[in-house]
Design a protein around this ligand. Structure first.
Ligand code: URA
Length: 184
């Protein structure tokens, strides 16, 4: 089976488990060496069916472009595959239970893609991968962590939505993402 076929298999299993949800899966080729992981789709992602296409995604793309990359140089995914919502249709932060429901599928996705480096965006994705500590102490750090059977390199950076809330952090976000170059 090709990587694409294996991913389809994983995503089909998720579709079966959540037949009534609008699901958002991956973007980019699984042959790219860097896998970017966010928390969950928002409204724009739900509409377009792709991760990181809204305001946070645009900031992520612009920052990657400032560093000389294109978005298509990366494989992009989320830990939770649907938009967590309140009763009024507002977007919520995924709960630990929701993250737990998707953790195994994410591990399998990582296994299939086999990235040289994983970049986690924000606290939710970071804790979802079992990394402890706060964002302020972990950001910019590269750690080795066993995911499934394989030790992976993980770079921890702020979530672009946090940068939209505080543009003073944009240089830090850019500096942290620039570390990708040292690692691939
Ligand atoms: N935030 C995320 O974590 N993921 C997306 O796909 C969009 C916004």
């Amino acid at each position: 089976m090709t990587k694409e076929e294996k991913l389809k298999y994983i995503f089909n299993a998720i579709k079966k488990a959540y037949p009534n949800k609008k699901l958002v899966f991956n973007d980019g080729s699984p042959d790219m060496p860097v896998m970017i992981i966010g928390e969950a789709p928002g409204k724009d992602e739900e509409i377009q069916g792709k991760p990181f296409v809204g305001r946070a995604g645009k900031l992520l793309n612009a920052t990657l472009e400032k560093l000389g990359w294109k978005r298509s140089d990366f494989y992009v995914t989320n830990i939770v595959r649907y938009r967590p919502q309140d009763g009024m249709g507002g977007t919520l932060t995924p709960t630990p239970e929701e993250i737990e429901k998707f953790r195994l599928a994410l591990e399998k996705e990582i296994d299939v893609v086999g990235p040289k480096l994983i970049v986690v965006l924000g606290r939710i994705a970071m804790t979802g991968l079992g990394i402890e500590g706060s964002m302020s102490s972990n950001r910019g750090n590269i750690i080795d962590k066993k995911i499934g059977e394989v030790e992976r390199k993980i770079l921890i950076v702020y979530h672009p939505a946090a940068i939209l809330r505080n543009m003073n952090w944009e240089p830090i976000f850019r500096e942290d993402l620039a570390k990708i170059r040292e690692l691939i």
